[in-house]
Design a protein around this ligand. Structure first.
Ligand SMILES: Nc1ncnc2c1ncn2[C@@H]1O[C@H](COP(=O)(O)OP(=O)(O)OP(=O)(O)O)[C@@H](O)[C@H]1O
Ligand SMILES: [Mg+2]
Length: 303
């Protein structure tokens, strides 16, 4: 697979402060790549450089093998973008939003109408095509934003938090659509705060914080490396258990009232905790990407 996106030592400085601070990564053709990180980590800033909205401060960024500084116009035509905010025109109808957008890419009117009809059907919006955007629910609006991003038949789809604020039904529907598009060969780059979304959709992902990359890898790989396959949550752990864990060099997070112990599962450590220390206040579960995220970025609130 060839690299569709290649970023080398990418930097974005705002008012003397690096919002994206020397990051290097690639995205291969046909893969779904996730960009994760707490609020303010630099995800949107990175994405804005990728689609040529925000000039890069330093480094090198190529898409489709072309330098973004020189070829941003050509690159833009091959990308579909869903921005973090709702950028639909509220005064226009659902269908008009697609047709006007198609105009930006100089798509002939008949072709634009055909594509709109196809996309409205794909996103289950045909019955609302004459509705005003402001009459749509949040889920429908998000589906329309996705449809609009596909009007120019992009090879790369960039999604900045595509499911934030949606109910579980709408979120699953959007996931199904993204998975279907990926199956058709579309390359997808997405940001999300839903770890379940990243784990199920992304082939690879990276977690960034304060503009820097913390880790990069496949979801399972990251879980095995930074959390462990099995997690034991222990409430009110007594001194003997704490001593045992410390003596055996257990990987754990101590939240005071609660201990979170990360194990590889099936180990002696895991068995001993289960058999000798866990009476009632233990919960056993699989390690998740959320464990990885919290272990690497901490539990403190961000502004
Ligand atoms: N146009 C701008 N001018 C100045 N600073 C900015 C600008 N855009 C972003 N920043 C700053 O850059 C940093 C990264 O912001 P960014 O929007 O990329 O974060 P994010 O990871 O997308 O966060 P969120 O999860 O909240 O969307 C923040 O400190 C933010 O205040
Ligand atoms: Mg953002």
């Amino acid at each position: 697979m060839s690299a569709l996106i290649e970023a080398r030592n990418l930097v974005k400085v705002y008012n003397g402060v690096a919002a994206v601070d020397d990051i290097s990564f690639y995205v291969s053709t046909g893969e779904c790549f996730g960009l994760l990180g707490p609020n303010g980590a630099g995800k949107t800033t990175t994405i804005r450089m990728l689609y040529g909205f925000s000039p890069i401060s330093r480094g090198r960024l190529t898409l489709f093998g072309q330098d973004i500084r020189k070829h941003w116009r050509a690159i833009k035509g091959r990308i579909g973008v869903c921005q973090q905010d709702n950028t639909l025109d509220p005064d226009l109808t659902v269908e008009q939003n697609l047709l006007i957008y198609a105009g930006y890419f100089s798509i002939p009117a008949a072709e634009a109408r055909a594509r709109s009809a196809e996309l409205l059907a794909f996103f289950a919006l045909t019955h609302r095509k004459d509705a005003k955007v402001m009459e749509l629910s949040g889920g429908m609006a998000r589906r329309l934003i996705l449809a609009r991003a596909l009007v120019n038949r992009p090879e790369l789809l960039i999604l900045d938090e595509p499911t934030t604020g949606l109910d579980p039904q709408s979120r699953h529907q959007v996931w199904d659509k993204i998975a279907a598009l990926k199956k058709k060969g579309l390359t997808v780059l997405l940001t999300t705060h839903y770890m379940e979304e990243a784990a199920s959709l992304c082939d690879r992902l990276m977690i960034i914080d304060h503009g820097k990359i913390l880790v990069e890898g496949g979801p399972e790989d990251l879980i095995n490396r930074y959390a462990g396959r099995q997690v034991i949550e222990i409430e009110g752990a007594d001194a003997s258990l704490r001593t045992y864990l410390s003596d055996h060099g257990a990987q754990l997070d101590d939240l005071g009232e609660k201990l979170i112990v990360y194990t590889s599962g099936g180990s002696d450590l895991h068995r001993t905790i289960q058999e000798e220390f866990c009476t009632e206040r233990c919960t056993f579960r699989n390690g998740t990407l959320e464990d990885v995220f919290l272990r690497l970025t901490g539990r403190e609130l961000r502004e």
